[in-house]
Design a protein around this ligand. Structure first.
Ligand code: ASP
Ligand code: MG
Length: 426
């Protein structure tokens, strides 16, 4: 017997027919003698629809009322799943965020889980009842509904798993696991049997869309065992308990898998791409102490995340160019803020470019292996792909390139690091 949290994303919950398939998967887990809690997303597209209503009603919407509106999508699917489970003869009930409660702190629309009282859930599960919980929503200290940012149901699921000390948190989605790269770009992409928390955190933050980044950080902190797997499977599918998906594990656990020969030791584990950033170049900024601070201070105050930064070598006359990236959605705002501070900063021209992509290679293997970055630069150079900026961390190298070359770059790198499916079979 195990205690399991199952989470289903929007495509798995899109319509009563799909909810019935989900209910069958849930029933199977419960029938296997497991204690089960289920966390659900709104139906695919529903949250976007609700966000649009808010924008139409009031472009400068109050985030607290926005939360009231957008949290409703998950309320609908949690009730529908409980109803469907009941129709299959299961004992099931829904638990809304305020009923558990899922306490959150911080701003509306981007709340963070502070504490979840797992007691009611635990006793319901122990009594054999299936608990259905709407993801994405919580309740603030003053009793108002909050939501956790887009994609937040993943984080809800991990937080619930931590609160009830679940043996596993299974995240069911429309793909059957985490791949070495986007299989729509590289047909030879391979599904990974396991990936470390750190790697998944980096992959999620640089564009691999399987999990909300925050959920991975939380899982790492709380030591929650997470599996990513598909809900679109036939009756003869390998049961979730036999781990058909991708397990997200600690580095220690990964080392054990490698020793047992279940995982190969790679320098690079995965390649991600992100087309949602935009580049800003400020030319002829004074090359003196404090100049860069003048640029980034207003952006930080406006909560605009700056990602890659390069300051070119100084030109003559003590001037330099500064290049950096921001999320595309924040480009207009960033541009306005910088124009506003033109005199303080003292730049000459402000040039923007949204037709860029960030390509990242990620792997814990690079901690102990030199040459990963140079392999990347050479592979791209051989195909005539120009690199506009570079950043690195201990387990990641990211480059900025022309957006039109995204697919080519991903393919070339996948081959260069020996990740293509055939290479493994050799
Ligand atoms: N429904 C919410 C969203 O689309 C939360 C989620 O699905 O994770 O962002
Ligand atoms: Mg999602």
């Amino acid at each position: 017997m195990a205690r399991i949290v199952m989470k289903f994303g929007g495509t798995s919950m899109a319509g009563t027919e799909r909810i019935r398939r989900v209910a069958n998967l849930v029933r199977k887990q419960a029938a296997g003698g497991n204690q089960v809690a289920v966390v659900v997303s709104a139906m695919a597209g529903e949250t976007d629809r609700l966000v649009n209503f808010c924008r139409e009603a009031n472009p400068l919407y109050d985030p607290a009322e926005y939360d009231v509106v957008v949290a409703s999508g998950e309320q609908v699917t949690s009730g529908l799943l409980a109803l469907t489970l009941q129709s299959l003869g299961c004992d099931a009930r829904s638990w809304l965020g305020w009923q558990l409660p899922v306490r959150t702190i911080e701003a509306h629309a981007k709340a963070r889980v502070e504490a979840i009282d797992g007691e009611a859930l635990t006793s319901a599960m122990e009594a054999g009842q299936i608990a259905v919980i709407p993801g994405f929503q919580g309740v603030s200290e003053d009793g108002r509904i909050t939501t956790m940012g887009r994609g937040g149901s993943d984080t809800s699921a991990v937080a619930i798993a931590a609160a009830v000390q679940a043996d596993r948190c299974d995240i069911y989605t429309d793909v059957d696991g985490v791949y070495t790269t986007d299989p729509r770009i590289v047909a030879k992409a391979r599904k990974l049997k396991a990936v470390t928390y750190e790697e998944m955190l980096e992959l999620a933050s640089v564009g691999a869309k399987v999990l909300q980044t925050r959920s991975v950080g939380l899982a790492m902190k709380e030591g929650v065992r997470v599996q990513v797997l598909s809900s679109f499977v036939g009756d003869d599918a390998i049961p979730a308990d036999e781990l058909p998906g991708t397990m997200i594990v600690s580095e220690e656990e990964m080392n054990i898998l490698v020793e047992k020969g279940e995982m190969e030791r790679q320098h690079v584990t995965g390649i991600a791409h992100d087309k949602n950033e935009a580049k800003i170049i400020l030319t002829r900024v004074p090359d003196k102490p404090g100049a860069v601070a003048h640029i980034f201070d207003p952006l930080a105050k406006a909560a605009i995340n700056v990602d890659m930064i390069i300051q070119n070598v100084g030109r003559d006359k003590g001037e330099t160019d500064v290049t950096f990236t921001v999320p595309q959605a924040d480009l207009a705002r960033a541009q306005a803020l910088l124009e506003d501070k033109r005199d303080d900063i003292g730049f000459n021209r402000l040039i923007t470019d949204s037709k860029i992509a960030k390509i990242s290679v990620v792997g814990v293997g690079m901690k102990s292996h030199a040459g990963v970055a140079s392999t990347m630069f050479k592979a791209l150079a051989d195909r005539g792909i120009n690199i506009q900026a570079i950043t690195t961390s201990e387990i990641k190298v990211s480059v900025l390139i022309d957006e039109d070359e995204t697919e080519l770059a991903v393919r070339v790198l996948h081959t260069a690091y020996g990740l293509d499916a055939n290479d493994e079979a050799a």
